[in-house]
Design a binder for this molecule. Structure first.
Ligand SMILES: Nc1ncnc2c1ncn2[C@@H]1O[C@H](COP(=O)(O)OP(=O)(O)OP(=O)(O)O)[C@@H](O)[C@H]1O
Length: 494
């Protein structure tokens, strides 16, 4: 049946002709995914292409409607062989790291609990990943670890349960530059021991840095099936995703319809560092969250900044609440879409027009709101069944685009962006950059925090770097804004 040479082992995973529909909507249409032992495999595709759905099927968390899955050539396999490494909420915070690693064994245990042996096994699993972490963290509650460390503990748990394929869905979205590098080194080390990884990422430079081969999904179908990345140029991949030149994004759209007097000058001062943001400036913020978050909170009216004095048009900027800030011409795209961004119980329409309503103190739906929302969805290529659907039915990256869509029709005086491209696909990132450039051209001052240094380097005039303690540690400008300079100034160099 197979044309595989007899001496080559079967792939660790062969998922063939996978089909899935949600209600009447087909989401996976004969998708194939095949992963060899010990390879790092990138699963690529635009927002809503079906990547997360395929991962959920392969890991057994949802059922497929069609197709077959084999692990090591067998249809019956130990589900623990394939493990999803979640980013958050997968560890019990009050249990120690060792107990968390040990948890999956408990449900299988019979007879005496061999406590010391278990502890040794947990230590060995974590040491395989990071010896320092194994030495100092095993007896600490998981709650004390940072996100990156928790992710490593989860990998250790998967390995100690017998996983031979790790599934990582956008694992670097909340990591610093150095943490992402460290994760990749670990994945490569595991690959050398025969552990395969499937990684989903929209960051092409990361994919190139870590993965060997890729599979590309487009509209639920496999359009590139397990090709070595070195044989594929970026353009070919983007084209296969359906995001090449032919897609003609509506970048050069009309100027924003409801122009809030753009053209403010903002002065920022922290200690010796003073900078003036003239209308149309794009200021990047780089570094661990605490520094950028303090400045951002001050700018959007959440609470006065501890470190920064903020003036707008020569007067101290003090908004009592975020609603006041919106009315004062401040736009904000939160990086935490679940907590601070999306109105989860309200339809897409309300999410898109939320800013306009707060600014105009309107709370009812007008026909032109629906038209504006449709237009915003169209402009950011947002794939949604209708403007009446709830945001939860959208893919992760699509939800992110929804937050930005609010500001497409307005030209705020100041637009504050927190990781607006997190989880957003390559084609749409370019559209978002175009939106930022267009807002700046209309006189909006843009302040933009991103952990993806290469995008700050592409677009910003200046970048303030923050060190790991949250203090401003450098100001970069023009050609001085490089990945390396930012990594160094933020203390995130690998
Ligand atoms: N529970 C659900 N009900 C209805 N539709 C769903 C559900 N889950 C996913 N979908 C739809 O399935 C499609 C594929 O979503 P999926 O999350 O797999 O995409 P993705 O490729 O992972 O996207 P992203 O890159 O944005 O994370 C999307 O159009 C999404 O709206």
């Amino acid at each position: 049946m197979s044309d595989r040479p007899a001496d080559r082992p079967p792939p660790i995973l062969a998922a063939l002709a996978i089909e899935k529909r949600f209600g009447p909507t087909p989401v996976l249409k004969q998708a194939d995914l095949s992963i060899a032992r010990g390879e790092i495999h990138a699963l690529l595709g635009g927002n809503g292409a079906g990547k997360s759905t395929l991962i959920r099927i392969v890991s057994g968390s949802i059922r497929r409607d069609g197709g077959s899955i084999r692990v090591d050539g067998a249809e019956r396999f130990d589900p623990a062989a394939i493990a999803v490494v979640f980013q958050e909420l997968a560890l019990f915070p009050h249990l120690t790291v060792a107990e968390n690693i040990d948890l999956p064994h408990r449900k299988r245990a019979f007879g005496l609990v061999r406590h010391d042996r278990r502890a040794r096994e947990a230590a060995a699993a974590l040491a395989m990943i990071d010896e320092d972490l194994a030495r100092e963290a095993l007896d600490r509650p998981a709650a004390e670890l940072d996100l990156h460390q928790r992710q490593l503990v989860e990998i250790a748990r998967a390995l100690s349960s017998g996983a031979r394929l790790l599934l990582l869905d956008e694992p670097t979205a909340n990591l610093t530059f150095a943490e992402a590098e460290r994760l990749f080194r670990i994945l490569r080390r595991l690959a050398a021991r025969g552990i395969a990884t499937l990684i989903v990422s929209h960051r092409m430079h990361e994919i190139r840095a870590v993965a060997d081969v890729c599979t590309v999904l487009r509209d639920g179908r496999t359009v590139i099936d397990r090709q070595p990345l070195r044989d594929l140029r970026d353009e070919a991949i983007v084209e296969a995703m359906g995001q090449g030149q032919g897609r003609a994004p509506r970048q050069a759209g009309p100027p924003p319809a409801q122009t809030t007097a753009a053209g403010a000058t903002i002065d920022l001062q922290a200690g010796d560092l003073a900078l003036r943001l003239a209308p149309g400036s794009v200021l990047g913020l780089a570094g661990a969250p605490s520094g950028p978050a303090d400045l951002i909170d001050g700018l959007i009216g959440v609470r006065p900044s501890l470190a920064w004095r903020i003036m707008i048009d020569g007067r101290p900027m003090r908004f009592a609440t975020p609603a006041h800030a919106i009315r004062g011409g401040v736009g904000y795209v939160s990086g935490d879409r679940a907590e601070k961004g999306l109105l989860a119980t309200l339809p897409i329409l309300d999410n898109v027009v939320a800013a306009a309503r707060v600014a105009g103190r309107r709370w009812f739906t007008a026909a032109r709101e629906a038209a504006a929302a449709e237009d915003a969805l169209d402009r950011l290529s947002i794939k949604a069944p209708s403007i009446d659907a709830l945001p939860q039915t959208l893919s992760g990256g699509t939800q992110q685009k929804l937050l930005l869509a609010r500001w497409l029709e307005r030209a705020p005086r100041l637009l504050v962006l927190e990781e607006p491209t997190r989880g957003v696909d390559i084609g749409t990132k370019q559209e978002i950059y175009a939106v930022i450039r267009r807002a700046a051209a209309a006189g909006t001052v843009v302040v933009w925090w991103s952990t993806e240094f290469s995008e700050l380097a592409q677009i910003c005039d200046r970048v303030v770097a923050f060190d790991l303690a949250g203090r401003p540690s450098g100001l970069l400008a023009g050609s001085g804004i490089t990945d390396v300079a930012m990594a160094r100034a933020t203390g995130m160099a690998a």
